[in-house]
Design a binder for this molecule. Structure first.
Ligand code: IMP
Ligand code: MG
Length: 205
């Protein structure tokens, strides 16, 4: 039977949508914990380079402050900034909402900014947009510091209803609603060192 064309969902220009696929094998060592590879290393590398090109275009003459959200965003940030060929300041902000579980809890600030961002162009970088609670809380905080401009860049955006309506300026991948780990993202502080994004087998309640 011929395959009918699938209806296209509207999505922001430049975002990449990934679906579960069994084409890439989970390395033997991670089999018990990781159900499947959602985004392989090579795909991550290519997408990070293309995000960097968009950032280069917008920020090359602005000497921005890049604020990376600890801890999940460090791997993405480290790869991203090495493809940016312009002056910038890098700072980190610490938040914590997931404590040995996959459901969100109250948000704490665990590290404050070290840079004065008043009148500076600011790019907030986060690993994953889920409910939007984290980004909303950080953006609210950053606005009070009077940056000249404030944009957001997330590596992953889950297709879920958000408690806070946030549309990042730059998104790496739109992903299904699964709990993912690797490339900086953790479950109970594990799996940050996986070089790919994988779907965690359902954790115990
Ligand atoms: P939000 O506040 O619900 O948008 O959640 C954002 C934060 O929760 C992210 O910055 C991550 O630290 C964490 N998070 C949300 N979903 C996942 C996931 O699938 N894997 C790992 N961490 C996640
Ligand atoms: Mg995070």
């Amino acid at each position: 039977m011929p395959r009918l064309p699938q209806p296209q969902q509207p999505r922001p220009a430049g975002t990449v949508v990934v679906q579960h696929s069994s084409r890439t094998r989970v390395p033997h060592h991670w089999h018990p914990d990781i159900q499947s590879i959602l985004i392989p290393t090579t795909t991550l590398k290519l997408r990070v380079k293309s995000l960097a090109q968009s950032l280069q275009h917008h920020y090359e003459d602005k000497n921005p402050v890049l604020i990376s959200v600890l801890n999940g965003t460090v791997v993405f940030t480290a790869d991203l900034i090495r493809s940016l060929n312009f002056p910038l300041t890098l700072d980190f902000i610490g938040t914590s909402s997931y404590r040995n579980q996959t459901r969100p809890g109250p948000l704490h600030f665990t590290k404050k900014l070290s840079t004065n961002i008043q009148n500076r162009h600011v790019l907030l970088i986060d690993d994953i947009l889920d409910t939007g609670q984290t980004l909303h809380a950080i953006l609210t905080q950053l606005h009070t510091l009077k940056p000249r401009s404030l944009r957001t860049c997330v590596l992953l955006q889950k297709r879920v209803p958000r408690t806070h309506a946030i549309r990042p300026h730059y998104t790496g991948f739109n992903i299904p609603n699964a709990f993912v780990v690797g490339y900086g993202l953790d479950y109970a502080e594990q799996y940050r060192n996986l070089p790919f994004i994988g779907v965690l087998r359902t954790p115990p309640p």
